[in-house]
Design a binder for this molecule. Structure first.
Ligand code: PPE
Length: 319
Protein backbone atom coordinates (compact mmCIF):
# COMPACT_ATOMS: atom_id res chain seq x y z
CA UNK A 1 0.00 0.00 0.00
CA UNK A 2 1.29 3.42 -0.88
CA UNK A 3 1.23 5.39 2.34
CA UNK A 4 3.05 8.45 1.20
CA UNK A 5 2.94 10.11 -2.15
CA UNK A 6 5.94 12.38 -2.51
CA UNK A 7 4.77 13.48 -5.94
CA UNK A 8 3.68 17.09 -5.70
CA UNK A 9 0.31 18.39 -6.82
CA UNK A 10 -1.39 15.05 -7.39
CA UNK A 11 -4.07 15.24 -4.76
CA UNK A 12 -6.20 12.46 -6.20
CA UNK A 13 -6.88 10.86 -2.83
CA UNK A 14 -6.53 7.53 -4.63
CA UNK A 15 -4.89 5.53 -1.84
CA UNK A 16 -6.35 6.19 1.59
CA UNK A 17 -4.26 5.51 4.67
CA UNK A 18 -5.17 2.43 6.66
CA UNK A 19 -4.15 2.83 10.29
CA UNK A 20 -6.41 0.13 11.70
CA UNK A 21 -7.17 1.18 15.28
CA UNK A 22 -6.42 4.72 16.42
CA UNK A 23 -6.00 6.00 19.97
CA UNK A 24 -8.54 8.79 20.07
CA UNK A 25 -9.01 10.85 23.22
CA UNK A 26 -8.46 8.01 25.67
CA UNK A 27 -9.67 4.93 23.78
CA UNK A 28 -8.79 2.72 20.86
CA UNK A 29 -11.34 3.03 18.05
CA UNK A 30 -11.46 1.82 14.43
CA UNK A 31 -10.08 4.48 12.08
CA UNK A 32 -13.58 5.06 10.65
CA UNK A 33 -14.73 6.26 14.07
CA UNK A 34 -11.81 8.61 14.74
CA UNK A 35 -13.47 11.68 13.23
CA UNK A 36 -13.20 15.43 13.75
CA UNK A 37 -15.32 18.42 12.79
CA UNK A 38 -14.53 20.51 9.72
CA UNK A 39 -14.55 23.48 12.11
CA UNK A 40 -11.54 22.11 13.97
CA UNK A 41 -9.31 25.03 14.96
CA UNK A 42 -6.15 23.13 13.95
CA UNK A 43 -7.52 22.58 10.44
CA UNK A 44 -8.00 26.33 9.97
CA UNK A 45 -4.89 27.68 11.70
CA UNK A 46 -2.36 24.82 11.91
CA UNK A 47 -2.66 24.76 15.70
CA UNK A 48 -1.50 21.21 16.32
CA UNK A 49 1.70 19.58 17.54
CA UNK A 50 2.89 16.14 16.49
CA UNK A 51 5.67 13.60 16.65
CA UNK A 52 7.09 11.11 14.20
CA UNK A 53 8.40 7.96 15.88
CA UNK A 54 9.33 4.54 14.57
CA UNK A 55 8.94 1.08 16.03
CA UNK A 56 11.19 -1.60 14.60
CA UNK A 57 11.04 -5.36 14.48
CA UNK A 58 13.62 -6.86 16.83
CA UNK A 59 14.42 -10.38 18.04
CA UNK A 60 12.21 -9.61 21.07
CA UNK A 61 9.23 -8.25 19.12
CA UNK A 62 8.52 -4.65 18.14
CA UNK A 63 10.45 -1.93 19.98
CA UNK A 64 9.90 1.83 19.93
CA UNK A 65 13.03 3.83 19.22
CA UNK A 66 13.76 6.58 21.75
CA UNK A 67 10.22 6.84 23.04
CA UNK A 68 11.11 9.01 26.05
CA UNK A 69 12.82 11.64 23.89
CA UNK A 70 9.89 11.81 21.44
CA UNK A 71 7.32 12.08 24.21
CA UNK A 72 9.34 14.84 25.86
CA UNK A 73 9.58 16.72 22.57
CA UNK A 74 5.82 16.41 21.99
CA UNK A 75 5.16 17.99 25.39
CA UNK A 76 7.79 20.67 24.69
CA UNK A 77 6.11 21.44 21.35
CA UNK A 78 2.80 21.96 23.16
CA UNK A 79 4.47 24.12 25.80
CA UNK A 80 5.99 26.35 23.12
CA UNK A 81 2.50 26.94 21.68
CA UNK A 82 1.03 27.55 25.12
CA UNK A 83 -1.19 24.50 24.57
CA UNK A 84 -2.30 22.62 27.67
CA UNK A 85 -1.81 18.90 26.99
CA UNK A 86 -4.71 16.66 28.05
CA UNK A 87 -2.22 13.83 28.71
CA UNK A 88 1.05 13.44 30.59
CA UNK A 89 4.19 11.45 29.79
CA UNK A 90 2.85 8.19 31.22
CA UNK A 91 -0.45 8.50 29.35
CA UNK A 92 1.28 9.31 26.06
CA UNK A 93 3.65 6.34 26.38
CA UNK A 94 0.74 4.09 27.33
CA UNK A 95 -1.35 5.24 24.35
CA UNK A 96 1.54 4.67 21.94
CA UNK A 97 2.36 1.18 23.22
CA UNK A 98 -1.31 0.14 23.33
CA UNK A 99 -1.92 1.34 19.76
CA UNK A 100 1.06 -0.63 18.46
CA UNK A 101 -0.08 -3.75 20.34
CA UNK A 102 -3.65 -3.48 19.09
CA UNK A 103 -2.62 -3.17 15.45
CA UNK A 104 -0.14 -6.02 15.70
CA UNK A 105 2.49 -4.70 13.30
CA UNK A 106 6.09 -5.70 13.88
CA UNK A 107 7.30 -2.32 12.68
CA UNK A 108 5.49 0.95 12.06
CA UNK A 109 5.63 4.73 11.95
CA UNK A 110 3.90 6.28 14.94
CA UNK A 111 2.14 9.63 14.68
CA UNK A 112 0.92 11.17 17.95
CA UNK A 113 -0.95 14.46 17.53
CA UNK A 114 -2.45 17.07 19.83
CA UNK A 115 -4.75 19.70 18.41
CA UNK A 116 -7.29 22.36 19.23
CA UNK A 117 -10.87 21.26 18.58
CA UNK A 118 -14.00 22.85 17.14
CA UNK A 119 -15.41 24.75 20.12
CA UNK A 120 -14.74 28.17 18.59
CA UNK A 121 -13.18 29.85 15.57
CA UNK A 122 -10.97 32.95 15.54
CA UNK A 123 -7.27 32.77 16.29
CA UNK A 124 -7.71 32.81 20.08
CA UNK A 125 -7.66 29.08 20.96
CA UNK A 126 -8.29 29.40 24.69
CA UNK A 127 -11.87 28.10 24.50
CA UNK A 128 -10.90 25.07 22.43
CA UNK A 129 -10.47 21.61 23.86
CA UNK A 130 -7.09 19.98 23.27
CA UNK A 131 -7.48 16.54 21.70
CA UNK A 132 -4.94 13.72 21.54
CA UNK A 133 -4.58 10.85 19.11
CA UNK A 134 -2.03 8.24 18.10
CA UNK A 135 -1.98 6.47 14.74
CA UNK A 136 0.43 3.75 13.66
CA UNK A 137 1.12 3.24 9.98
CA UNK A 138 3.29 1.16 7.73
CA UNK A 139 5.88 3.57 6.33
CA UNK A 140 8.80 2.41 4.23
CA UNK A 141 11.89 4.23 3.05
CA UNK A 142 11.16 7.99 3.17
CA UNK A 143 12.95 9.17 0.04
CA UNK A 144 12.66 5.86 -1.84
CA UNK A 145 14.79 2.72 -1.98
CA UNK A 146 16.89 4.17 -4.81
CA UNK A 147 17.91 7.11 -2.63
CA UNK A 148 19.43 4.66 -0.15
CA UNK A 149 21.31 2.65 -2.78
CA UNK A 150 22.46 5.48 -5.04
CA UNK A 151 22.08 8.59 -2.93
CA UNK A 152 19.34 11.25 -3.04
CA UNK A 153 19.46 14.41 -5.15
CA UNK A 154 18.93 17.71 -3.33
CA UNK A 155 18.12 21.18 -4.59
CA UNK A 156 18.42 24.37 -2.58
CA UNK A 157 14.91 25.66 -2.01
CA UNK A 158 13.76 29.12 -2.98
CA UNK A 159 11.76 28.95 0.28
CA UNK A 160 13.87 29.96 3.27
CA UNK A 161 13.54 28.30 6.67
CA UNK A 162 11.37 30.49 8.87
CA UNK A 163 13.45 32.45 11.39
CA UNK A 164 12.87 31.75 15.06
CA UNK A 165 11.15 35.09 15.60
CA UNK A 166 8.60 34.33 12.88
CA UNK A 167 7.75 30.72 13.67
CA UNK A 168 8.57 28.55 16.69
CA UNK A 169 10.83 26.20 14.73
CA UNK A 170 11.74 24.07 17.76
CA UNK A 171 8.10 23.01 18.02
CA UNK A 172 6.78 20.30 15.72
CA UNK A 173 3.70 22.45 15.16
CA UNK A 174 1.42 21.70 12.22
CA UNK A 175 1.55 25.28 10.92
CA UNK A 176 5.35 25.21 10.71
CA UNK A 177 5.12 22.45 8.16
CA UNK A 178 3.63 24.63 5.43
CA UNK A 179 7.24 25.79 5.00
CA UNK A 180 8.39 22.17 4.60
CA UNK A 181 5.52 21.25 2.27
CA UNK A 182 6.31 24.16 -0.06
CA UNK A 183 10.03 23.39 -0.15
CA UNK A 184 9.54 19.67 -0.71
CA UNK A 185 6.88 20.28 -3.36
CA UNK A 186 9.14 22.64 -5.27
CA UNK A 187 12.02 20.13 -5.18
CA UNK A 188 9.77 17.28 -6.39
CA UNK A 189 8.25 19.34 -9.17
CA UNK A 190 11.77 20.05 -10.41
CA UNK A 191 12.70 16.37 -10.40
CA UNK A 192 14.75 16.28 -7.19
CA UNK A 193 14.23 14.01 -4.20
CA UNK A 194 14.32 16.60 -1.44
CA UNK A 195 14.85 20.27 -0.63
CA UNK A 196 17.75 21.89 1.19
CA UNK A 197 16.53 24.88 3.18
CA UNK A 198 18.75 27.86 3.99
CA UNK A 199 18.08 30.72 6.38
CA UNK A 200 17.77 34.35 5.25
CA UNK A 201 21.58 34.79 5.49
CA UNK A 202 22.32 31.74 3.37
CA UNK A 203 23.33 29.37 6.15
CA UNK A 204 22.22 25.77 5.77
CA UNK A 205 19.30 24.96 8.05
CA UNK A 206 17.88 21.50 7.28
CA UNK A 207 15.82 19.46 4.86
CA UNK A 208 12.04 19.65 4.73
CA UNK A 209 11.97 16.85 7.32
CA UNK A 210 15.62 15.93 8.03
CA UNK A 211 18.78 17.22 9.70
CA UNK A 212 22.00 17.30 7.67
CA UNK A 213 25.53 15.97 8.18
CA UNK A 214 28.68 16.41 6.13
CA UNK A 215 31.75 14.20 6.27
CA UNK A 216 35.17 15.48 5.21
CA UNK A 217 38.72 14.22 5.79
CA UNK A 218 37.53 11.69 8.35
CA UNK A 219 35.58 14.20 10.46
CA UNK A 220 31.79 14.17 10.85
CA UNK A 221 30.14 17.60 10.93
CA UNK A 222 26.53 17.81 12.15
CA UNK A 223 25.15 20.98 10.56
CA UNK A 224 23.72 23.02 13.38
CA UNK A 225 21.51 26.07 13.18
CA UNK A 226 19.34 27.67 15.83
CA UNK A 227 16.22 27.23 13.67
CA UNK A 228 16.67 23.47 13.24
CA UNK A 229 14.44 20.97 14.92
CA UNK A 230 16.39 19.30 17.71
CA UNK A 231 16.54 16.01 15.85
CA UNK A 232 16.50 12.78 17.80
CA UNK A 233 18.07 10.89 14.89
CA UNK A 234 20.81 13.53 14.74
CA UNK A 235 21.55 12.94 18.41
CA UNK A 236 21.57 9.17 17.84
CA UNK A 237 23.94 9.49 14.86
CA UNK A 238 26.32 11.73 16.83
CA UNK A 239 26.43 9.17 19.63
CA UNK A 240 26.95 6.31 17.17
CA UNK A 241 29.73 8.22 15.37
CA UNK A 242 31.59 8.80 18.62
CA UNK A 243 31.17 5.13 19.49
CA UNK A 244 32.59 4.26 16.04
CA UNK A 245 35.59 6.47 16.80
CA UNK A 246 34.79 9.26 14.34
CA UNK A 247 35.72 12.80 15.43
CA UNK A 248 32.53 14.91 15.54
CA UNK A 249 32.52 18.71 15.22
CA UNK A 250 29.18 20.51 15.08
CA UNK A 251 29.30 23.45 12.69
CA UNK A 252 27.22 25.95 10.78
CA UNK A 253 27.70 25.78 7.02
CA UNK A 254 26.97 27.62 3.82
CA UNK A 255 25.80 25.63 0.79
CA UNK A 256 29.23 25.72 -0.88
CA UNK A 257 30.76 23.97 2.10
CA UNK A 258 28.35 21.10 1.48
CA UNK A 259 29.38 21.05 -2.21
CA UNK A 260 33.02 20.49 -1.11
CA UNK A 261 32.29 17.71 1.37
CA UNK A 262 33.47 14.16 0.74
CA UNK A 263 29.99 12.99 1.74
CA UNK A 264 26.67 14.44 2.85
CA UNK A 265 23.77 12.55 4.40
CA UNK A 266 20.37 13.42 5.82
CA UNK A 267 18.83 11.99 8.95
CA UNK A 268 15.39 11.86 10.51
CA UNK A 269 12.95 9.38 11.98
CA UNK A 270 11.27 8.90 8.60
CA UNK A 271 14.44 9.32 6.49
CA UNK A 272 16.64 7.30 8.92
CA UNK A 273 20.10 7.79 7.34
CA UNK A 274 19.88 8.74 3.66
CA UNK A 275 23.07 9.35 1.61
CA UNK A 276 23.14 12.39 -0.68
CA UNK A 277 24.50 11.97 -4.23
CA UNK A 278 24.19 15.56 -5.44
CA UNK A 279 23.24 19.06 -4.33
CA UNK A 280 22.19 21.67 -6.89
CA UNK A 281 23.36 19.28 -9.64
CA UNK A 282 26.89 19.15 -8.21
CA UNK A 283 28.04 15.62 -7.35
CA UNK A 284 28.96 15.19 -3.70
CA UNK A 285 32.26 13.30 -3.62
CA UNK A 286 32.05 10.84 -6.48
CA UNK A 287 28.30 11.38 -6.86
CA UNK A 288 27.18 8.10 -5.34
CA UNK A 289 26.14 7.06 -1.83
CA UNK A 290 29.31 7.53 0.24
CA UNK A 291 31.10 4.77 2.12
CA UNK A 292 30.83 6.46 5.53
CA UNK A 293 27.18 7.35 4.96
CA UNK A 294 26.36 3.72 4.16
CA UNK A 295 28.35 2.52 7.15
CA UNK A 296 26.42 4.95 9.35
CA UNK A 297 23.13 3.79 7.87
CA UNK A 298 24.05 0.17 8.59
CA UNK A 299 25.09 1.00 12.17
CA UNK A 300 21.92 3.05 12.76
CA UNK A 301 19.71 0.23 11.44
CA UNK A 302 21.49 -2.20 13.79
CA UNK A 303 20.91 0.13 16.73
CA UNK A 304 17.19 0.61 16.03
CA UNK A 305 16.63 -3.13 15.61
CA UNK A 306 18.34 -4.01 18.89
CA UNK A 307 21.52 -5.48 17.46
CA UNK A 308 23.92 -3.20 19.36
CA UNK A 309 23.97 -4.04 23.09
CA UNK A 310 25.46 -0.58 23.90
CA UNK A 311 22.34 1.11 22.55
CA UNK A 312 19.63 -1.18 23.92
CA UNK A 313 18.82 1.72 26.26
CA UNK A 314 17.20 3.48 23.28
CA UNK A 315 14.56 0.78 22.84
CA UNK A 316 11.20 0.36 24.57
CA UNK A 317 9.85 -3.11 23.91
CA UNK A 318 6.14 -3.24 23.17
CA UNK A 319 5.28 -6.54 24.84
N1 PPE B 1 13.88 18.60 10.83
C1 PPE B 1 12.56 18.65 10.52
C2 PPE B 1 11.98 19.90 10.00
C3 PPE B 1 11.78 17.50 10.71
O1 PPE B 1 10.48 17.53 10.42
C4 PPE B 1 12.37 16.32 11.19
C5 PPE B 1 11.55 15.08 11.38
C6 PPE B 1 13.75 16.33 11.51
C7 PPE B 1 14.46 17.50 11.31
C8 PPE B 1 14.43 15.14 12.11
O2 PPE B 1 13.99 14.94 13.44
P1 PPE B 1 13.98 13.52 14.13
O3 PPE B 1 12.90 12.73 13.51
O4 PPE B 1 13.78 13.80 15.56
O5 PPE B 1 15.31 12.90 13.89
N2 PPE B 1 10.54 14.89 10.41
C9 PPE B 1 9.47 13.97 10.70
C10 PPE B 1 8.28 14.19 9.78
C11 PPE B 1 8.41 13.72 8.39
C12 PPE B 1 7.10 13.83 7.65
O6 PPE B 1 7.13 13.89 6.39
O7 PPE B 1 6.04 13.82 8.28
C13 PPE B 1 9.94 12.53 10.75
O8 PPE B 1 11.02 12.22 10.25
O9 PPE B 1 9.24 11.72 11.34
Amino acid sequence: MAVKSKTASTNTGASALDAGYIWFNGELVPQSEAKVSVLTHALHYGTSVFEGIRAYETAKGPAVFRLQEHTKRLLDSAKILGMKPPVDTTEIDHAILETIKKNGRQSCYIRPLMWYGAESLGVDPTRNRVHFMVATLPWGVYLGEEAIQKGAHLITSSWRRSPGDVMPTKSKAGGNYVNSVLANQEARENGFDEALLLDKQGFVAEGSGENIFMYRDGVLYPIVHSVNLRGITRDSVIQLAKWMGTPVEATMATRDELYMADEVFMVGTAAEVTPIASIDRRPIGTGVAGEYSLKMRETYMKAVTGQLPEFQKWLTYVT
